[in-house]
Design a protein around this ligand. Structure first.
Ligand code: SPV
Ligand code: MG
Length: 285
């Protein structure tokens, strides 16, 4: 299913960020057909920075909850693979075991830093990173969609370097290329796509260039848009608001109409199914 979403150039697909089972369930209710297990959002929800502070196993545990609670195809942000080719293929195997549908690997060095923090990130050597991709492809290639993420524009190395890397990663077996940009317009992403000429499907993350209408991406033949961190950021705003009011007012009456009811919580997590299962299976003496 993820292959159909990400690897088709004929229709633009959308992946919504999830950072836990709850945000995954909410995205599913909103109609999203696939999810992005965001490294930034998962790290943030665990109280870590997006700098490989969370271990790969902590990360995989969260992915398991997202997959299990939503049963949607999940493209996992695998950062740089948590090390060399061997760490990357181990991560990919574990993600396959937990039911992920795909993994995106970026050409960063371990430990990585979030793409929007700092200016000139060190990039991995092209050949070394291609080896990481090949190792993942050889290990899980039949079962997981492999997205190679090019950080050259983010790191300020320019379009030629981005294209050179995308070609190398395609040759290494990637199923799609994620081209990332920190610009406030989509210009450089769209230039990349026109120079790339549909060689592999292109995935984008319009976090900074959020004003561009998605029709521009459809026209350009982009395959997938990832809304990478919006539920996590929405949660921060909502929780900050509620905590501030409750702290100041020493009372929850005023915020009660503005937060989800308990019935909504029970509905989201399908407590009704549990009640039906109890009626069927629970025979108390
Ligand atoms: C993430 O969601 O963790 C991403 C996208 O990798 S970004 O934060 O833009 O690097
Ligand atoms: Mg990330």
């Amino acid at each position: 299913m993820l292959r159909a979403l990400v690897c088709s150039n004929s229709e633009l697909s959308f992946l919504m960020e999830a950072h836990d089972g709850l945000s995954g369930a909410i995205a599913k209710r909103a109609g999203f057909k696939g999810l992005w297990a965001s490294g930034l959002s998962i790290a943030t929800s665990l109280g870590y920075r997006d700098a490989n502070e969370a271990s790969w196993s902590q990360f995989v545990d969260v992915v398991e909850r997202i997959v299990d609670s939503t049963e949607l195809p999940v493209l996992v942000d695998g950062d740089g693979g948590f090390g060399n080719f061997n760490n990357a293929r181990l991560l990919a195997r574990k993600l396959r075991q937990r039911g992920a549908a795909g993994v995106a690997l970026e050409d960063s060095c371990f430990p990585k830093m979030n793409s929007f923090v700092g200016e000139r990130h060190p990039l991995a050597d092209v050949n070394e990173f291609s080896g990481r991709l090949r190792a993942v492809k050889d290990t899980v290639g039949k079962d997981l969609v492999l997205v190679a993420r090019v950080e050259a524009l983010i790191a300020g190395f320019g379009m030629d370097e981005a294209l050179l890397r995308a070609h190398a990663y395609a040759a290494a077996g990637a199923d799609a290329i994620l081209i990332h940009s920190r610009k406030s317009t989509a210009d450089e992403v769209l230039s990349f796509v026109s120079a790339w000429q549909d060689r592999l499907p292109v995935v984008i993350v319009p976090t900074k260039y959020y004003r561009t209408p998605v029709s521009a991406y459809r026209d350009a033949g982009i395959s997938t848009v990832i809304w990478a961190n919006h539920s996590m950021r929405a949660a921060i705003t909502a929780m900050r608001h509620v905590c501030g009011r409750v702290s100041a007012e020493e009372c929850t009456e005023a915020i009660e109409p503005h937060i989800a009811t308990l019935d909504e919580v029970f509905d989201l997590l399908k407590y009704d199914e549990l009640a039906r299962a109890e009626a069927r299976y629970l025979r108390l003496p």
